[in-house]
Design a protein around this ligand. Structure first.
Ligand code: FDA
Ligand code: NAP
Length: 436
């Protein structure tokens, strides 16, 4: 049994992507007396690095940054960043709401540096547990184990009165298909391509009809001159992401309220009608560009782009020299094989799931009748009476708070709500004399 006394914090954040970075900013701006630390397993801020390709643009307005929607005069806003970089005027001249992903990444790094005192990098949280042994009555803190090479024995123990889990989306492969030397998920695309001798690449298949797939097809076409790309699409070509003003309202901060209060049927309706704002869809600019390339490819008889519609990948055999992909075509209701050098599965992500990191603690987190976590409006897991401390989620709340759960759209407001919730609980405990 672990006997070392852990360092104690009011707030421990697990993961330091945009969500928890936004929380760090909210805590900084609210000048709360809360003692806080964030743990990030990577060596630095890194926002989907395997997809950080030149030319890729943001899917959301620059105004939906880490702070502006909560605090329009924030020193952590994207506009403040541009001002400090001396680029504000030229950014405005550019007349584009959607910066490149590379510029937004630089903004995240800039904001991260301003709250660096709150973060420990190269530190992975491996477990969250009830303190053991713990006094009778509800636990007022949790104990976290953090793999941290700088600590004695490589593990650091930390006590947390509140934990905010924000570990991000989980890459999803098609059922029964494993990643391997020549079978990649889109999330690792740039890293794997860099490791590979691209001169030897002749044929690459890219599975999926979402933004990741379209960007990868375009990138390969631009950057690997000798390669032919087969896009395996479950639909009849790519479909456009609905980015129109009425539909965009599903990402407004108020929409989280309406979704949360809504009936089962209203939640289903929002999903049914507005899933195409985000999933299995492609931004108009990329989609049109790909179509023009395909046409030019046909005119020039180049044979570098091939779009296989109404098809799904159902099996893959990885051999020493090539990879055999079994494709099922809905068009002819037939299956056939395709030999490729590399298969990239741009097959999406599962939402953040805190189950693994919660371990046995999960038994104290209540679920609904569809086995999904129950979450309060302020993003706190509903727990049994065994716990008084807070476990908050940034992500993994699509069933309770709606489509913006995994996106940047509502980060600033959500982080403010979580920061206020934690602070309010502390004040309430002090007033009740539970905590001094
Ligand atoms: P994110 O995944 O960014 O960060 C989680 C962090 O937790 C990671 O840094 C990870 O290393 C760390 N971590 C995980 N487990 C840990 C552990 N046990 N201990 C310590 N650290 C741990 N949305 C949008 O609104 N607009 C957009 O333009 C885009 N663009 C976009 C591009 C691509 C390629 C993808 C795949 C997704 C998007 N998204 C998006 C959606 C995306 O979810 C969103 O941009 C943010 O990444 C969400 O930020 P989070 O901090 O929640 O997760
Ligand atoms: P996605 O939108 O979920 O798309 C996954 C695609 O894979 C879908 O078309 C899906 O089809 C298909 N698919 C799954 N299994 C398949 C199979 N066996 N055979 C054929 N097709 C299969 O995932 P994503 O494109 O990675 O996008 C995820 C999120 O990241 C979105 O929020 C997106 O906006 C974001 N993103 C943003 C950027 C950017 O900011 N520039 C770049 C990339 C991604 P079905 O739907 O039929 O299953």
């Amino acid at each position: 049994m672990e006997t070392r006394e852990p360092e104690m914090y009011d707030v421990v954040g697990i993961g330091f992507g945009p969500s928890n970075l936004s929380l760090a900013v909210a805590l900084e701006e609210q000048r709360t007396p809360l003692k806080t630390v964030f743990f990030e397993r990577r060596p630095s801020i890194s926002w989907h690095p395997g997809m950080l390709m030149s030319g890729a643009k943001m899917q959301v307005s620059f105004l939906k940054d880490l702070a502006t929607f909560r605090n329009p005069v924030s020193e952590f806003s994207f506009v403040s960043y541009l001002h400090e970089m001396g680029r504000l005027a030229r950014f405005v001249n550019n007349q584009d709401f959607f910066p490149s992903r590379q510029e937004f990444h630089a903004y995240l790094e800039w904001a991260g540096a301003k709250v660096a005192h709150r973060v420990t990098y190269n530190a992975q949280v491996t477990a969250v547990r009830l303190p053991e042994p713990h006094a009778s009555g509800p636990a007022d803190h949790l104990r976290l184990e953090v793999t941290d090479p700088r600590s004695t024995g490589g593990t650091r123990l930390v006590g947390a009165r509140n934990v905010v889990i924000s570990t991000g989306l989980v890459p999803r492969m098609p059922p029964g298909i494993e990643r391997g030397e020549s079978v990649w998920h889109s999330s690792e695309f740039l890293h794997r391509l860099k490791e590979r001798d691209t001169d030897g690449l002749r044929r690459v298949a890219v599975v999926g009809a979402g933004q990741s797939a379209a960007e990868i097809v375009r990138y390969l076409h631009d950057n690997v001159p000798g390669v032919s790309v087969s896009a395996i699409l479950p639909s009849y070509g790519y479909s456009i992401a609905d980015n129109t003003p009425f539909a965009n309202q599903v990402f407004d901060p108020d929409a989280a309220d309406e979704f949360y209060r809504g009936s089962h049927r209203s939640k289903e309706a929002i999903w049914h009608y507005h899933k195409n704002t985000n999933y299995s869809v492609v931004d108009n600019e990329v989609l049109s560009d790909l179509y023009q390339r395909a046409y030019a490819d046909e005119v020039g008889n180049e044979g570098r782009l091939d779009f296989i519609n109404l098809a799904r990948v159902v099996d893959v055999k990885q051999g020493p020299n090539d990879t055999r992909v079994t494709v099922h075509s809905l068009a002819g209701e037939e299956s056939y094989d395709l030999d490729v050098d590399v298969l990239v599965c741009a097959t999406g992500y599962d939402p953040m799931d805190p189950t693994e990191i919660l371990g046995d603690l999960g038994a104290h987190c209540l679920q609904d009748d569809e086995d999904r976590y129950r979450v309060t409006r302020d993003y706190r897991l509903v727990t049994t009476d065994a716990l008084r401390c807070g476990i908050y989620l940034q992500g993994g709340t699509e069933h309770t708070h709606g489509l913006s759960s995994s996106l940047l759209s509502n980060l600033a407001v959500r982080s403010g709500e979580i920061a206020s919730s934690i602070l309010d609980s502390r004040v309430a405990e002090e007033e009740m004399g539970i905590r001094v």
